[in-house]
Every structure is written in C-alpha cells, then in structure tokens.
Design a protein around this ligand. Structure first.
Ligand code: HEC
Length: 141
C-alpha cells in the first residue's frame, strides 16, 4: 500500500515533470506578438504594429456571402466571449488571452489555426503583419 508520504513524493515528481515539459514549449501572447512583429519588420522595416488595424481586421467581412465571412463570425465581435463554430455549432473558448489562459501558449497551435482560419476566411494565409496587428489588439482585450 502507498503511504501518504510516498503518494506525496509521486505527486511532486509528476508535477515537476509536467512543469518542465510545458516550460519547454511554453510561450504567451506577448512573446508570439513580438515574434510576428519581428518577422513583419524584416519584410518591411517601416512596419509598426497597430491595435486599430488589428481590430478592423478581426471584424472585417472578407468574403460576404460565404459562411466564414470574418474572424468574428465564429469568435464573435467580442474576443472575450464564448465563440461558436458557424458550421458545426460547437463552442469555441474565448480567443482573448485575458479571458482564456490557454490562448497563445502554444506557438504551433496558434500557427496551425491562423493558417486554417485565414485560408477559410480570406482565401490565403495571414501575413506576419496581420498577425502582429491582431495580437496587438488582443493584448488590450
Ligand atoms: C469557422 C469558424 C472560425 C472562423 C471563421 C475563425 N476561426 Fe479562429 N478558431 C476556430 C476554431 C474551431 C479554433 C480552434 C479551437 C480553439 O482553439 O478554441 C480557432 C482558433 C484560433 C486561434 C488559435 C489561438 C490559440 O493560440 O489558442 C487563432 C489565432 C484564431 N483562431 C484566429 C482566427 C482569425 C485571425 C480568424 C479570421 C481570419 C479566425 N480565427 C476565424 C474557428 C474559427
């Protein structure tokens, strides 16, 4: 039988393994924003992130008449609100990192969804400048 001491030791070991492995890939909104800004600046040295442009981008109707006309179609006008997939009806946790602590903590995940959603909504991938602008706005929300 496990004593409470050995249980405690096992739990502590597990916790440190989890903390260590998540620390390896961990990132956050600020870091990802900085990385997209850097990429955008290398393409255009005059680039400077704009939360206003990010806000407009998020609400902009790119393909009127299609199911996925804008980012806000699924993520709603308020990034702090619970979203809803326009086709499947499935709930989408809030896009805002303030409202949802899991947001932008995994760079691979963020890139994967940017790629998919930008293709669905705009018909092409988003540029680093667009990602930088959008995350500048999201940092305020
Ligand atoms: C058809 C519905 C839909 C539309 C339209 C949509 N998204 Fe999403 N988005 C999703 C789903 C589903 C996920 C993944 C599930 C989740 O992470 O909650 C997601 C996740 C994301 C993530 C991942 C964030 C992270 O790191 O956790 C980003 C970034 C994102 N979307 C940006 C956008 C942008 C930018 C647009 C507009 C160009 C957009 N989305 C339009 C459904 C949509």
């Amino acid at each position: 039988m496990m004593t409470s001491q050995s249980l405690k030791t096992a739990a502590m070991t597990l916790l440190s393994v989890l903390t260590f492995s998540s620390a390896l890939a961990a990132t956050n909104l600020k870091e990802q924003h900085a990385s997209w800004t850097l990429q955008a600046k290398s393409a255009d040295p005059a680039f400077s992130p704009s939360a206003d442009r990010g806000k407009n981008f998020y609400g902009r109707i790119f393909r009127a008449g299609t199911d996925m006309a804008s980012c806000s179609t699924c993520h709603t006008a308020n990034p702090k609100a619970l979203g809803k997939h326009v086709i499947t009806g499935k709930e989408i946790p809030a896009l805002s990192a303030t409202a949802n602590s899991e947001r932008f903590t995994d760079a691979k995940k963020s890139e994967k969804w940017f790629k998919r959603n930008c293709n669905d909504v705009i018909g092409r991938e988003c540029s680093a400048a667009e990602k930088s602008d959008l995350t500048a706005w999201l940092m305020q929300h």
